[in-house]
Design a protein around this ligand. Structure first.
Ligand SMILES: NC(=O)c1ccc[n+]([C@@H]2O[C@H](COP(=O)([O-])OP(=O)(O)OC[C@H]3O[C@@H](n4cnc5c(N)ncnc54)[C@H](O)[C@@H]3O)[C@@H](O)[C@H]2O)c1
Length: 354
């Protein structure tokens, strides 16, 4: 791996992967390519440059910007409009042009230079109605999957890669799924080595959490700086559940995938924290109070937001069987690491997170 391009390289996932790869591949040229659309990504530029990572300001929607990068051996595609709410109530242009057309531009660069591709996809490719139709239990602090599940692709362990793809899933999920399909064709038709990771919620330091994306950081940040939080949807009681994956756990998987790209090419994995690393919003609040020592008032909005889901738990069986990887960090560690990062950078982050 002499040249690695990380698109969205100044974003949360991209910058953390770039810095992690720097330690592993000391002699490689690592390029972080980003248009700085996400507020806060600019804070990562100094960190990247300090680690001998080349920052290139460019836009994946422009093939010319990508061509200017030159020859690369591996592309880790982390650039995106990552909000599930993008396009609702407005134009779909940005999310479609970036998450679909822009991704194809990245695959084209890979085709041109025979580079491999690791694509960061999302659990949001699975349709929200099918997820919300799953039998569930309402427990004291959370919703959980009913142990009896009859649909294909779901079990008490969570949702696996065989879950239904029928039905709407948001433009975010749809553009990601379309890109996965195109990448599959690039693999079959042009021999581009490719791995797709469908990730659930990823969390950790350097995620610029906001109301529509990055909920774990948003929750910790509000407990640090103050400000409003609401339990939105599903009755407004905060029982909706997500699994969470510490960014360092994701890094370990990506490092493994890079080393075995030839063996794993064509594979598609659901990747997430699984049942052991999951929390409801209510549980997250409790943990945030303990970690930060602060209590804030949390409002309630019973109506659901568009495309929202009651619960999502990743079944990691396939990825664990193929790679031996499994997440190691629990919810407590995720929250403590985020809290430490915010406290250590309290003033620099205030205008973005507060
Ligand atoms: N964070 C999560 O919980 C999560 C979960 C599942 C999948 N993912 C996927 O992981 C990838 C990274 O997400 P993230 O959490 O780091 O988001 P992020 O917003 O922190 O990072 C994305 C980066 O892409 C950049 N970008 C946006 N449009 C661009 C364009 N047209 N050209 C170049 N750069 C552009 C942004 O400026 C930002 O720095 C995305 O593909 C996302 O869909 C994230």
């Amino acid at each position: 791996m002499s040249t690695i391009l990380i698109t969205g390289g100044a974003g949360f996932v991209g910058s953390c992967l770039a810095l992690g790869l720097r330690d592993q591949y000391e002699d490689a040229r690592i390029i972080a390519f980003d248009n700085l659309k996400r507020r806060g990504s600019e804070l990562n530029i100094a960190r990247l440059r300090g680690a001998r990572i080349d920052f290139l300001h460019g836009d994946i929607r422009n093939p010319e910007d990508l061509e200017a990068v030159g020859k690369v051996d591996l592309i880790i595609e982390c650039s995106a409009e990552p909000s599930v709410l993008s396009g609702y109530g407005g134009s779909p242009a940005y999310v479609v042009n970036t998450n679909l057309n822009g991704s194809i531009n990245c695959f084209e660069l890979a085709r041109k230079y025979g580079a491999g591709v690791i694509f960061l996809s999302t659990s949001r490719v699975y349709p929200f109605a099918a997820i919300n139709d799953l039998p569930y239990l309402e427990e004291a602090t959370r919703f959980s999957l009913d142990p009896v599940q009859t649909r294909s692709g779901v079990s008490p362990k969570g949702i696996n890669e065989n879950f239904s793809l029928e039905g709407p899933r948001s433009l975010y999920g749809a553009t990601k799924l379309c890109s996965e399909l195109i990448l599959q064709e690039y693999q079959d038709m042009y021999g581009v080595s490719a791995i797709v990771n469908r990730c659930g919620v990823i969390a950790g330091p350097w995620q610029m959490g906001k109301v529509d994306q990055g909920v774990v950081v948003l929750w910790v940040a509000r407990h640090v700086y103050g400000g409003r939080l609401d339990y939105i949807g599903f009755g407004g009681h905060g029982k909706q559940v997500r699994d969470m994956l510490h960014i360092e756990d994701l890094l370990q998987l990506i490092l493994y995938e890079i080393e075995r790209l030839d063996q794993l090419t064509g594979r598609l994995f659901n990747v997430g924290g699984g049942t052991e690393v999951s929390a409801s919003l209510l549980e997250l609040t409790d943990l945030c109070r303990k970690v930060t020592g602060n209590t804030i008032k949390i409002g309630s909005v019973p109506e659901d937001r568009p495309a929202d889901i009651r619960l999502y738990i990743t079944d990691n069986t396939r990825v664990t069987q193929c790679t031996g990887w499994r997440p190691k960090r629990n919810v407590g560690t995720i929250l403590e690491d985020i809290h430490k990062w915010i406290v250590d950078n309290r003033e620099a982050l205030r205008s973005i997170l507060a």
